[in-house]
Design a protein around this ligand. Structure first.
Ligand SMILES: [Zn+2]
Ligand SMILES: [Zn+2]
Length: 139
């Protein structure tokens, strides 16, 4: 491709150097991108600017919405995994660790994993949450 920007060892997202010794070399993955990106409040790449390079571990990792630590790619839990129809948990979190689930959510997740999840379980959980919320609103 003629209009591909070769950015060498730089991260296609944050633009930082990921070469050996940079501290971002381990766990970097080859990547390309053409979306607009920012790092530390500054624009790094423009929308439509096609570049090939790497994705540094900071940018490829997913953050937990409850503890802000990184989650491994196959360990993240999102509401749809639990069978919820809404696209975020009751507190607005979207992607969390198993350890960061509430007791109710863990229960649903565990049941789902062993094929014991009944749609009523999800409904019961959501109703329980609604009640908790109503109580909070009243106080
Ligand atoms: Zn990066
Ligand atoms: Zn977490």
């Amino acid at each position: 491709m003629s209009n591909t920007m070769d950015i060498g060892n730089r991260c296609v997202d944050c633009g930082r150097d990921t070469s050996f010794g940079s501290g971002l070399f381990v766990n970097r993955i080859p990547a390309d991108a053409e979306y607009e990106s920012f790092y530390a409040g500054e624009q790094v790449f423009k929308d439509g600017q096609y570049r090939e390079g790497y994705l540094c571990p900071d940018c490829s990792g997913l953050d937990c919405d409850r503890c802000d630590k990184m989650i491994a790619l196959d360990e993240d839990i999102t509401p749809d995994v639990l069978g919820f129809e809404q696209d975020s948990f009751s507190d607005g979190a979207y992607r969390v660790h198993y350890e960061c689930l509430t007791a109710d959510e863990k229960e649903i997740y565990d049941k789902g994993r062993f094929g014991q999840l009944h749609p009523n379980d999800v409904e019961m959980y959501i109703n329980r949450l609604k009640k908790t919320k109503e109580n909070e609103d009243e106080s």
